[in-house]
Design a protein around this ligand. Structure first.
Ligand code: NDP
Ligand code: ZN
Length: 351
């Protein structure tokens, strides 16, 4: 089969590979709709994948084969899968850390330790436990945007422990940050201060619930947050963009006892600059919680329910649409370039 994969040394391109065959609990889908993630771009750039690893972990497809232990799904059904499709039969999974089912960040198999969705066919581990049907009233595009973007943005709000009435800062207004804004609103946030610069993101940030916008390219963001909050700081901050310095700023701008929820993928190493004493707050008395978005069928079904019952619509995230497997490359490269009008790309493979 034909697939778009990591090659080596920061390069992605086309390869030919054997089609997967399912055994046991696993299934094979024919991807019909896929979306490149900023994490795919990061993974290629920092050379952390095995050569010829097929990219893509946001998508849905038609089941074309199932293993002999699959009970709930049949060939021909359309299913959406989250990026994290773990092995649920391990001790970390039983302890509630399925994202780390076999060690740190091993739950995301698609496009990390195993081949992803940017191909003619893709293997899905433990289909009954990891795939979800798309309920009535939910479009295929919405289902794909739920898998990783709504999932991770909402998880950021959960990690930041957003409480009703809270003042929340969201660092980053890419697709994840925008869904973090929506997630903060769903959890009852009062004021939501969004930080970014891209015009497309700024407009959507307000639509998803941001009450204040700060352009990080136009001045000191910590100072602006302290001014806006009358020197109190925010109750919590969701980090969905920027480098380590942005996490340091997030720590500085939350009040005593505040929580930072980080879903950002840091691609540079080094010390986190979190000893900021400018506002009288260092790292002490604050909590940083970070992580990989949850996976599995139950999480996917909850996310789809948010869309089905009109709580959030992630489709406006999609700013660029492509058609056909060959255009996966264009969609991926655009996600790497990040022009001002871009939020998220999607590719229809069904044609
Ligand atoms: P984008 O690159 O589209 O958006 C990043 C945002 O961060 C942009 O709005 C950007 O600003 C903003 N930003 C950049 N630098 C700073 C800064 N110094 N201070 C404040 N904001 C800044 O990324 P995505 O939304 O697609 O993804 C966000 C992150 O989440 C990525 O690192 C991605 O890899 C990660 N991720 C993590 C997942 C998980 O499971 N934990 C799952 C999916 C993604 P501007 O408006 O100027 O572009
Ligand atoms: Zn992702």
């Amino acid at each position: 089969m034909k697939a778009f994969a990591y090659l080596s040394h920061g390069q992605a391109g086309w390869i030919e590979k054997e089609s997967p065959a399912p055994t046991g609990f696993d299934g094979v889908i024919r991807p019909l709709l896929v979306s490149p993630c900023t994490s795919d771009v990061h993974n290629v750039a920092i050379d952390c994948l095995a050569p010829h690893r097929i990219l893509g972990h946001e998508g849905l497809g038609e089941i074309v084969a199932v293993g002999d232990q699959v009970r709930d799904f049949q060939v021909g059904e359309i299913v959406v899968v989250p990026p994290v499709t773990p092995d649920w039969r391990t001790v970390p999974s039983q302890l509630g850390a399925h994202q780390h089912c076999a060690g740190l960040i091993t739950g995301q198999k698609l496009s990390n330790s195993e081949d992803g969705l940017m191909a003619e066919y893709a293997l899905i581990r433990d289909l009954d436990a990891n795939a979800a049907r798309i309920p009535p009233g939910v479009s295929r595009e919405a289902a794909v945007m739920a898998a990783d973007m709504l999932n991770t943005g909402l998880y950021g709000a959960q990690l930041a422990d957003v409480q009703p009435g809270d003042t929340v800062v969201v660092m980053g207004i890419g697709p994840v940050g925008l869904m973090a804004i929506a997630g903060a609103r769903l959890r009852g946030a009062g004021r939501i201060i969004a930080i970014g610069s891209r015009p497309a993101g700024m407009a959507l940030a307000q639509a998803y619930g941001a009450t204040d916008l700060i352009n990080y390219k136009e001045g000191d963001v910590e100072r602006q947050v302290y001014q806006l909050t009358r020197k109190q700081g925010a109750d919590c901050c969701i980090c969905a963009g920027g480098g380590p310095e942005a996490l340091g700023q997030a720590v500085a701008m939350v009040r005593w006892g505040g929580t930072v929820g980080n879903v950002n993928y840091f691609t540079t190493y080094g010390d986190l600059p979190i000893n900021n004493v400018r506002y009288g707050f260092g790292m002490g008395n604050k909590t940083i919680r970070g992580g990989e978005c949850p996976g599995g069928r139950a999480r996917m079904e909850k996310l789809l329910a948010l869309i089905q019952y009109g709580r959030v619509d992630p489709v406006p995230l999609i700013t660029h649409r492509f058609q056909g497997l060959a255009q996966v490359e264009d969609a991926f490269r655009l996600m790497a370039q990040k022009p001002p009008e871009l939020v998220k790309t999607i590719v229809d493979l069904s044609l």
